[in-house]
Design a binder for this molecule. Structure first.
Ligand SMILES: [Zn+2]
Length: 178
């Protein structure tokens, strides 16, 4: 754009840059984040400091889990299912038993904050509660039986102590969710 007056030209460009500063900065930041060099730098930094940061990392993970009990419970169930399947490649363990994370949350979340349905003592928290199969998973002989035992009405939360002492014994009482 031709300017007769150099001051007017300078003022024009100053205004132009002011208007576009936020957008340009965002662009630059994005480019910086996405550059392979930056990624490599972060990867190396993470590797080198991972040992000294382990406690911090652990605390962050723990906070994340506590803040999302529904995700955490679905995750635990997934792991339980995977562990009990024999010789199965188990992609999508929850889908395999016909559940979604929402189903699991809907069934198990009401147990949190209440007493343990087995011993009736204390208050179940995400930390103290464990997923219990009322008819125990250990009684399953085949993968099909494992899948059967992961129906929602066979699932509940009980306290860690009860779960440990229960072992593979089936519970005598079947408790509806609170
Ligand atoms: Zn208990």
């Amino acid at each position: 754009m031709p300017f007769k007056d150099p001051d007017a030209q300078a003022a024009y460009w100053r205004r132009y840059h002011d208007r576009n500063r936020a957008r340009r900065n965002a662009q630059a930041r994005r480019r910086w984040h996405e550059s392979p060099r930056t990624r490599e730098y972060h990867r190396r930094y993470y590797r080198e400091h991972r040992v000294e940061n382990r406690a911090r990392e652990h605390a962050a993970t723990e906070r994340w889990r506590q803040a999302r009990p529904e995700r955490e419970l679905a995750w635990r169930l997934r792991i339980a299912i995977r562990k009990s399947l024999t010789g199965h490649p188990y992609p999508g363990a929850l889908r395999l038993v016909g559940l979604t994370p929402e189903d699991v949350a809907h069934r198990l979340l009401p147990f949190l904050g209440g007493p343990c349905p087995e011993c009736r003592v204390g208050v179940l928290t995400l930390r103290s509660a464990e997923i219990d199969h009322i008819v125990p998973l250990a009684s399953a002989q085949t993968n099909d039986e494992v899948l059967q035992l992961n129906r929602l009405d066979n699932l509940r939360l009980i306290c860690r102590r009860c779960n440990r002492s229960k072992g593979a014994r089936p519970s005598l009482q079947t408790v509806p969710p609170p």
